[in-house]
Design a protein around this ligand. Sequence first.
Ligand code: ATP
Length: 557
Amino acid sequence: MKYSRVTEAFEELEETQKNLEKTSILAKLFQESEDELEEVVLLTTGTPFPAWKNMDLGVSSKTLVKIISKATGRTEDEVEQAWKEKGDLGLAAEKMVEKKTQQRLFTGELTVEKVVDRLEKVAEMEASGISQSVDQDKKQKELAELISSAEPREARYTARIIINNLRLGVGEGTIRDALAEAFFDGEHAEDIQKAYDFTNDFGEVAEACKEGLESVEELELVLGRPIKSMLAKKVETIEEGFEEVGKPAAIDYKYDGMRAQIHVVDGDVTVFTRRLENVTEQFPDAVKAVEENINADNCIIDTELVGYDPEDGGMIPFQKLSKRIKRKYEIQKLKKEIPVEVRPFDLIYLDEPILERPYSKRWKKLEEIVEEEKESVRLADHRETSNEEEVSEMQQQSLSDGHEGIMMKSLESEYRPGNRVGYMVKLKPVMETLDLAIVGAKWSEGRRSDWLGRLFLGCYDEEKDEYKEVGKMATGLTDEQFQEITGKLKPLITEEDGRKVEVRPEIIVEAEYEEIQKSPNYSSGYALRFPRMKRFREDKEQADTLQRIKKLYQDQS
Ligand code: ATP
């Protein structure tokens, strides 16, 4: 398929805010895609790689400026200038390519296959991480060639894809509905969603849709490939909890650790975060603990990894433990400083998928395969009861042991990947915090002028698939944290306007605040009063939703 057909659809998508229109634009594109359906569907997600593959290009906005300059023969200053003028690097790339094509007689036509092959090649270079400098040069050359063969509009979207910033306003739900429209006259959206939650791969789901409903239904979870985790609803009281999950229910302690989905394939252990990142290398202690204490050669366990103090065995909060997630060096040292204990709470695969069995049965199986050993693997503290008094005691105990509260779980329910269904609820005593993305920032003045000081926070609008501002945060940060944040934000900058910058919403922080107010000053329509930073949430990739903020606002009054 011609790549220009895809970018034509991208342009149409950008021009409308209406979800129904977006769905039909995509459905039409998918129907026309034929042999390249998988690639086209993945491109509309913003990256040609399915999430579970953990592949990316590793290109920052600054590097893209260099690439565009190489591709078009313009100086980096000129590209920077166009970026400033247009406020977007995609449009800057388009402008630079336009100037260039005026001097050319003809351009070769790009196909989807050519583009995806090239991006894959670069991602593989990135993954192999040979010597940094050589790698970077080669990568830039490959991508510059791609942009130099693009038509202006193709360059716009290619540039955005390269820095992972496609922003078509197309969310998971729109792709799902478009597949339903393209292949099943708008029906079976639920089956498609289910297939996606199992596979984390819209490319694969699309191919199955093309074959027919049976193929979609046949898509199963694959051992070794992470599936989305089941999430919890929040309740305020034990009574409310029982209403959601029924009686009797399972009550667990809620640990302040890191969610991990651990896959054992023929005895080989792989650890995934809930963002589907493979962190096996970062957690050799968890791998060893599972190898030695889980009696199953093929299984998937849902667990919390809890950091503890090696001196006194006391719990270490997630914020400190999260250092281990990103760390690629000194792993052994960090393992000694912040060791983890594996605390399994669910089993989703044991020689075959068992996620449709009731939780009580899954828990029994889990008990059978876990050989407990303190500070290595211990089942989550778990009790099955209908007694509110008993639950209340457990909650007190959990809090006084330094945990976050309790989880209440329905004994009869299946495991629903990716869903915040009420099969599992959390009960925490503290005021609700919000997990928000940093969407912009301002360069400070005076002593701190090298730092991005004031941070703009955004929530995720599910309906529009975009981020909306809900407030600014300047307090609650130490100098060290400001420095750290500046370092993290710089490569994410997409636009600069005077002292203000816009950034890709990739950094999630947990914020405390006094209350939520209505406000015309922010695009969300709401403002947090006195937001303060509590911690970074490296384990999360999406912020809380606008819909949730609306609900919190209503609950408050
Ligand atoms: P929070 O902000 O409260 O940490 P969250 O948004 O990260 O919540 P939720 O789905 O709302 O995620 O809460 C469930 C999380 O609680 C799980 O992702 C898991 O990491 C953690 N957890 C700790 N102990 C347990 C347990 N015993 N059973 C299930 N989840 C647990």
